[in-house]
Design a protein around this ligand. Structure first.
Ligand code: N01
Length: 488
């Protein structure tokens, strides 16, 4: 690797989404630097830059899905649409003077720890970078996963993923097929049905769906939030606790309340769908919480439109003209949309990170991903992850997790400023933490739920979500305990 011309950075932040921007703002406020943010996309915003499919929005209320230290008083809706969230992130970066510090179109290709100099040698597609510390704000949901269906390349028409929407394709009057029924599909399906001549939805597993109750936030409320920050903060706190209870409502653990949450979702289905056969097809056969619980008031009505077909027979193959099911039903299509999610494990293991003594991250994780507090890995000094293993959420706003982690990483970076060269989690602290996660998982919804989901790795273990409340994570991770780290 060639030697970079410039002096080493104190911190390299990878990714300019929610995590990377939050880290950059807090570094700036704490006077930690010099730092730089690299971002592979041609704009900042991370997932909110990539996912531009019609209907893209956040299924967590806007006042909760935003940074507490960069509040926005005037969200237009209870659940903000993607363009508004992206604009919020841009404004936040600009207001905090981050734009000159973000290098767009720069992909992190890997990094190796230089023990002699106590620096990371980072490889990017735009040249090398030397840095004392790396904070990964890459998240796990940015490598689109395409299904392994025979004949996938054979289709003659346009075919694209929800996370890489092809806006040049006009769907009006077309026969569109969409594969997948996760959080992305549930948002895009109602929009596609409005324009397509016919929409065929290929469902492998029906999701649990709760009512959404989305609504515009009236100007009078917005103006109150602008004038009275305390009122806005109280609203945020109310929303936080409303979601936090979901951790005990079966979203993380099977409890008596799981049955009640399932009954609520079944009532939502029964109210929306009168046809018994269709209702049966849409009724999940696994426990609620095992996969992401979805919210929508439009999805079920859309499936009953005359121009929409729900196909539940498995897909046998993709042909030049469309899809053929296992029962031999042929669906001729003009366009195929993959709403088939993301390759989460691959994102982390592909990272090509080489730590102390030549240890590769993918070898350290050969038995599955795991990190102390979801942030640090033994053998990888001065390397920190935001939304790393077991720190995603299914029940509350992931932005709360990011803020907790940013504070933890700041503690570590601050410790490095006291003339130390390296900070590394002690292996015994990591083992203790991972044992705690494993025992908490034993009675979790993911163990008992009987479903397939991106939450679970190939061996069926949940290495992606935090198995408890946000408050429990806050107690565990907000401050970096220096006794769990080794400073050198
Ligand atoms: O992806 P998914 P997503 N044949 O992995 C199906 C976040 N998010 O993009 O369930 C047929 O959930 C697969 O079927 P099955 C959020 O964290 C947030 O929707 O495995 N079908 C499933 O239905 C979310 O959890 C927001 O049987 C196949 C679908 O594809 C995460 O992103 C909005 C198949 C994939 O669902 C991912 O959601 C959107 C095959 N071979 C997303 N392979 C917010 O609002 C896969 N499928 C915050």
């Amino acid at each position: 690797m060639t030697e970079p011309a410039s002096a080493p950075l104190a911190v390299l932040i990878v990714g300019a989404g929610f995590s990377g921007l939050a880290m950059a703002i807090r570094c700036r406020q704490a006077g930690i630097g010099p730092f730089q943010v690299i971002e592979k996309g041609d704009g900042l915003g991370g997932t909110w830059h990539d996912n531009t499919y019609p209907g893209a929005a956040c299924d967590i209320p806007s006042h909760l899905y935003s940074l507490s230290f960069a509040p926005k008083a005037d969200w237009s809706r209870m659940y903000a649409p993607q363009p508004e969230i992206l604009a919020y992130l841009r404004e936040t970066a600009e207001r905090n003077g981050l734009l000159p510090l973000i290098r767009l179109g720069t992909t992190f290709m890997g990094a190796a720890w230089d023990e002699a100099r106590a620096l990371w040698r980072v490889k990017t597609d735009r040249g090398p970078i030397l840095t004392r510390a790396i904070v990964s704000g890459m998240g796990g949901l940015h490598h689109p996963a395409y299904p392994d269906i025979p004949g996938r390349g054979a289709f003659k028409g346009p075919a694209f993923h929800t996370a890489a929407w092809d806006h040049s394709v006009d769907l009006a009057g077309k026969r569109v097929g969409i594969i997948g029924t996760g959080a992305s599909a549930i948002q895009v399906v109602p929009e596609l049905a409005k324009v397509a001549a016919h929409l065929t939805l290929f469902q492998r597993t029906p999701p649990w769906i709760m009512p959404k109750h989305d609504h515009a936030i009236p100007e009078i409320t917005r103006s109150r939030y602008r004038r009275l920050p305390l009122v806005r903060r109280l609203e945020r706190a109310r929303l936080f606790w409303l979601h936090e209870v979901r951790a005990f409502l079966g979203f993380t653990k099977v409890s008596k309340l799981t049955g009640q949450a399932e009954a609520l979702a079944r009532r939502h289905l029964a109210k929306a769908v009168r046809d018994k056969d269709l209702r049966a097809k849409l009724t999940p056969d696994y426990r609620l919480g095992c996969k992401r619980v979805l919210i929508s008031d439009e999805y079920y009505p859309t499936l009953q439109r005359p121009n929409v077909t729900l196909e539940t027979d498995g897909i046998a193959r993709i042909t030049e003209a469309g899809l053929t099911t296992e029962a031999g039903r042929i669906h001729d299509l003009d366009v195929i949309v993959y709403a088939t999610g993301f390759d989460v494990t691959g994102t982390f293991t592909r990272m090509n990170l080489v730590g102390r003594d030549g240890l590769r991250l993918k070898d350290a994780w050969s038995d599955g991903m795991g990190a102390y507090q979801g942030i640090s890995v033994a053998g990888f000094p001065n390397y920190f992850m935001l939304l790393g293993p077991n720190s995603g959420l299914g029940h509350n706003s992931v932005v709360s997790m990011i803020e907790i982690q940013v504070q933890h990483v700041l503690d570590c970076l601050t410790a490095l400023r006291t003339g130390r060269r390296a900070i590394e989690v002690r292996p015994e602290a990591q083992t203790r933490f991972l044992d705690r996660i494993r025992s908490r998982m034993a009675d979790s919804i993911w163990q008992a739920g009987g479903c397939r989901s991106w939450y679970l790795d190939a061996s069926g273990r949940n290495t992606t979500l935090w198995p408890d409340s946000v408050m429990a994570y806050r107690r565990s991770a907000r401050r970096a305990r220096m006794t769990d780290y080794r400073l050198s």
